[in-house]
Write a protein that binds this ligand. Structure first.
Ligand SMILES: [Zn+2]
Length: 394
C-alpha cells in the first residue's frame, strides 16, 4: 500500500470517529450553567402581518397565534406583535448533530434550530441532562453507536464494551441495552472494513423488531452499499470517495432509504487535502440522489468533540447546509423542506415541521424571502421554541 492509500485509510477512520461525540467527556452539571432568559411561556401571543412558509410557498400576510406552547386557533385575548410583513418559518430541524453540553442547545436555539437529532453521544446521563429543557432546542438521540472491534471508537477508554460487536449474536443485546438507556433510534458505524454485513443486518433487524429506526454512518460508496444491503432507514453522510452512481442512488429511492448528506462536514473533510476525499464527489452524490428522487434531510454533523478534525458550529452551520444543498441542485423550497417537514416525518415527530394549529410553536421570524434567496434564513429577527421566545444568553 502506498503512503497515500495509508493516509486515506487512516483519515477515513478518523472520519468515522465523527460518529462519536462527547466520548468520555462528562457534561458540566446543567444546573451549574446559566439558564437562558425566557419570556412567559404561558402568554398568548398573536404574531400579526407575517408571511408563512406553508411547505410550498409564502402565504399572504396573516396572523399566527402562540398559545400554551402550541400554534393556537384564535387571536382572542392575545398580545399582538406586529411582524411587519416578515417571513415566518417552522423551527428548523438539524438531522445530524453531536451534543456537547447545555451551550449546544443555546447555540442551536439562537439560530432557529428548534429540534436537533443527535447521532451518537454517551454516556446516557449526558443526553438525559439535555432532554426536555423548556424554551431550549428539543433533542432526540442515538446514544451509543455500534462499532467494530479495532475501530477508532473502540479504542476510546470509556467507550461502552457492549457496543463493540464482534458478531451478529451480539446484536440483540446491543439494541436492548440502547433502548433501556433511552436511545430514540439505533446508530451503526459502517466502514469497510468494519462490522460484518451479517452483524449490521442483525442489528438492523433487532432494532426494527423493537420499533426503532436505524441510522447508518457511511462515507464511501462501498459502505453506503453495505448500509443499503442491510435495509437501514437512513444513511448519514454521502460517499466522498466517489460520487454515487445513478443506479446506487436509485437503490436509496426504491428502498425508501433517507439520505442525510451532511455536506457541511463533507466540505470540511474535502478541504483537508486528503487524497481520495473530494468534496466534488460528495456534492455529486447529492446530485445523483436528488435526481433519483431520494428523500434528503439537512444535517450538519456539528460537534465539539476533541479529536474530530472538523467542528461545524451548532445552529449556524444548518444555514450553511441549506446553502450547500441549494448549490448541489435542490431548489430553495426543497432545502427548506429538508430542514422542516421532511425530518419531522422521517423521525416520526408529528407535532412539528409545519405551522399548523396544535403543532409546537417552534418558529423562526426572518427578513426576506428564502424561496428567492436561501441565505435569507440567516436574517433572523426572533425565535420561539415551544412557544417561548428565545433570548440569547448575554
Ligand atoms: Zn456525526
Amino acid at each position: 500500500m502506498c503512503m497515500n492509500d495509508r493516509n486515506r485509510r487512516d483519515f477515513l477512520k478518523t472520519a468515522a470517529v465523527t460518529g462519536i461525540a462527547a466520548a468520555g467527556v462528562l457534561a458540566v452539571p446543567a444546573a451549574a450553567q446559566a439558564a437562558p432568559s425566557t419570556a412567559d411561556a404561558k402568554e398568548k401571543i398573536a404574531l400579526t402581518n407575517v408571511r408563512v412558509f406553508d411547505g410550498t410557498s409564502l402565504t399572504s400576510p396573516r396572523t399566527v397565534v402562540i398559545e400554551n406552547g402550541r400554534i393556537g386557533l384564535t387571536a382572542l385575548g392575545a398580545r399582538k406583535i406586529d411582524g411587519g410583513g416578515a417571513t415566518l418559518l417552522p423551527g428548523l430541524i438539524d438531522a445530524h448533530i453531536h451534543l456537547q453540553d447545555l451551550s449546544t442547545l443555546q447555540q442551536l436555539a439562537s439560530y432557529g434550530v428548534t429540534t436537533a437529532l443527535d447521532m451518537a453521544t454517551f454516556p446516557p446521563a449526558l443526553v438525559d441532562s439535555l432532554r426536555g429543557r423548556p424554551g431550549l432546542t428539543d433533542i432526540r438521540s442515538a446514544g451509543t453507536p455500534a462499532v467494530a472491534p479495532g475501530s477508532p471508537q473502540s479504542q476510546i477508554p470509556t467507550f461502552p464494551a457492549d457496543a463493540v460487536l464482534s458478531g451478529p449474536d451480539q446484536a440483540t443485546a446491543f439494541v436492548r441495552a440502547r433502548i433501556s438507556e433511552g436511545s430514540d433510534y439505533i446508530k451503526i458505524i459502517i466502514d469497510v472494513p468494519g462490522l460484518s454485513p451479517e452483524t449490521i443486518k442483525a442489528v438492523t433487524v433487532a432494532a426494527h423488531v423493537r420499533g426503532k429506526r436505524v441510522m447508518a454512518h457511511a462515507t464511501t460508496a462501498a459502505s453506503a452499499g453495505v448500509a443499503l444491503d442491510a435495509g437501514v432507514d437512513m444513511i448519514h453522510h454521502v460517499p466522498i470517495d466517489t460520487a454515487l452512481t445513478a443506479s446506487a442512488a436509485t437503490r436509496y429511492t426504491t428502498s425508501g432509504t433517507v439520505s442525510v448528506p451532511t455536506l457541511t462536514m463533507m466540505e470540511g473533510f474535502g478541504g483537508l487535502g486528503i487524497p481520495g476525499m473530494d468534496y466534488a464527489a460528495a456534492e455529486g452524490s447529492v446530485v445523483a440522489l436528488r435526481r433519483a428522487g431520494t428523500r434528503i434531510l439537512a444535517g450538519t454533523d456539528s460537534n465539539a468533540t476533541p479529536g474530530v478534525p472538523v467542528h461545524p458550529a451548532y445552529g449556524q452551520s444548518l444555514h450553511h447546509e441549506l446553502e450547500l444543498l441549494v448549490r448541489a441542485g435542490l431548489t430553495p423550497r426543497e432545502a427548506l423542506r429538508s430542514a422542516t417537514s421532511l425530518p419531522a416525518q422521517s423521525f416520526g415527530l408529528l407535532d412539528r415541521g409545519a405551522i399548523l394549529p396544535g403543532y409546537r410553536a417552534d418558529l423562526l421570524l426572518i427578513d426576506g424571502d428564502p424561496l428567492a434567496d436561501i441565505t435569507a434564513t440567516r436574517a433572523i429577527q426572533r425565535v420561539w421554541v415551544g412557544g417561548t421566545e428565545y433570548t440569547p444568553v448575554a
